[in-house]
Structure formats: C-alpha cells, structure tokens
Design a protein around this ligand. Structure first.
Ligand code: DGL
Length: 267
C-alpha cells in the first residue's frame, strides 16, 4: 500500500528549504508541497501568540492541498506552536527541535552543547527542555542571533559582513567550551561553511534540517504513509508574497528545482 499525497512543509521564508533539500535527497519518491510565508518573514522577533496564529494559518493552507503529514521546518514555530498544531490537525506533525536535540546528544563528547537560533526560539527554552529531558547533566550555552536570518534572506551567504556577525555571535560560546553547536534555525545550514570556518575543527555542527528529514522518514514508515517506489516526487512551492532572493538561493545554494511556484497572498 502506498500514499501519494504530498508532505506539507512550511517555514517563514527560505529557511525551510534546507529541510526540503534533505527530504528530497532522502525521500525522492515523495511529493512535497512547500509553503514559505515570505509576506511575514522573519518570525524570530515576534511573540509566541503571533507565531502560533501564523502557524495555524499555514498548516490550514497545506491541509487544503491534501497534505498527509505536516513538517514544521522552522525552529521558531516548532518551539512555540508544536503542541497546538498536533492537537488541532489530524495528520502527523513533525518539528525540528526533538530531532536536533537527539543528534546533539549523540555528537557531544564533553557534554557541553551550544545552541543558536532566533530570539523566539532561544527565549522559549525549547532546546534546553528537549536536551534535559534526555540528559539532565548536559550543559547548554545558547545565544540568539537575530541578524543572521535577514542576512540569509538577502542572499549574503558568502560575505565579509556575514562572517564578522557570525564571529561576534559565536565567540562567547567558544569561550564557554562547547564541543557541539546546534544550528537551531533552519535558515542557518545555508551558512554552514561560514559557521564551520569560524568555529574551527574542534566543534561539531548539528544541522536540524537533516535530522528532521530522518525523523520524517521514520514516521512515514511507521504509519505506512510512503509514496510508491516508482513515483517520481515533485516539489511545488507556494509563497505568500514575492521574494526576490528565494529562487536564486534555492537554485544556487541548494540545487533545488521546482515543478510549480505559485503566489497565494494571505487573506
Ligand atoms: N527558519 C526559521 C527558524 O528555524 C525562522 C526564522 C525567522 O523567520 O525568523 O527559526
């Protein structure tokens, strides 16, 4: 038995495409419907109530596209809205925090983990909760990096200014002695090379996008939701507003191609 409905994936903007890239590589038979809320990006500086409201609106749009599962490809939404989404929608809902936390616990040797993310994600303490739920003794140093999402949305992936901002954000975490850093925002894997350069080779990077894709694969298997083996999965994108850099970042940095791109302004 197979299920040809699409997997619904959403984020505030470009960031969730790092999860889409990981999903396309891991599950090439699956149709993916990606929704980027380019009209309202960034979510990081917004209140939990506002992010929760946006999340429900986006999930409803994807449910109207017949999604068989909802992938919250956004740490900000995952950290404040996952329980309400899980309660409201009948299909499985997968976030990025738990998979990222699990991978970080596997990677660390000195039990000192760094987490970077948006203000909303760091303020929520969601990674601390997820990490301490498995290991109460692990030490965590976290830092909000609010300038990184705008730099990425502007396409400044290889740029001196971005490098200097990264160095400034990461310095205190390095001084604390972390040996593992969770990229707690789905935009950040687009800066992995720059972040790795700044950290040197003593610190391991944990990419929440790849770990989320692995969790989706496991869920599809457990719930018999896989597409057919001979299906050729396609990627369809819906944006809530035009985004100048969206396509170039998607194509050049992530090598994604689209079967369809539509604009669907919010009501
Ligand atoms: N990519 C998102 C995250 O993982 C959201 C960034 C934002 O909109 O501020 O948190």
């Amino acid at each position: 038995m197979s299920d040809s409905r699409p997997i619904g994936v959403f984020d505030s903007g470009i960031g969730g495409l790092t999860v889409v890239k990981a999903l396309r590589d891991l599950l090439p038979n699956e149709d993916i419907r990606y929704l980027g809320d380019t009209a309202r990006v960034p979510y990081g500086p917004k209140s939990p109530e506002t992010v929760q409201r946006y999340a429900v609106e986006l999930a409803e749009m994807l449910m109207r596209k017949n999604a068989k599962a909802l992938v919250v490809a956004c740490n900000t939404v995952s950290s404040v809205a996952l329980p309400s989404l899980t309660k409201k929608f009948s299909v499985p809902v997968i976030g990025v925090i738990e998979p990222g936390a699990r991978a970080a616990l596997q990677a660390t040797r000195n039990r000192h983990i760094g987490v970077i993310g948006t203000r909303a994600t760091i303020r929520s303490g969601a990674y601390e909760k997820a990490l301490h739920a498995s290991d109460n003794n692990v030490r965590i140093s976290s830092r909000a990096c609010p300038l990184l999402v705008p730099l990425i949305e502007e396409g400044l992936l290889n740029d001196d200014v971005t490098d200097r901002v990264i160095a400034r954000y990461l310095e205190p975490l390095l001084c604390d002695g972390i040996d593992t850093l969770v990229l707690g925002c789905t935009h950040y894997p687009l800066l992995s090379p720059a972040i790795a350069r700044s950290l040197g080779d003593r610190v391991k990077l944990v990419d929440s996008a790849i770990n989320c894709a692995l969790a989706v694969e496991q869920l599809l298997d457990e719930q018999s939701l896989r597409a057919g083996r001979s299906d050729r999965g396609e990627l369809r994108v819906t944006l809530t507003d035009a985004a100048d850099n969206f396509l170039s970042v998607a194509r050049e940095a992530l090598h994604l191609s689209f079967a369809e791109i539509e604009l669907q302004p919010l009501p």
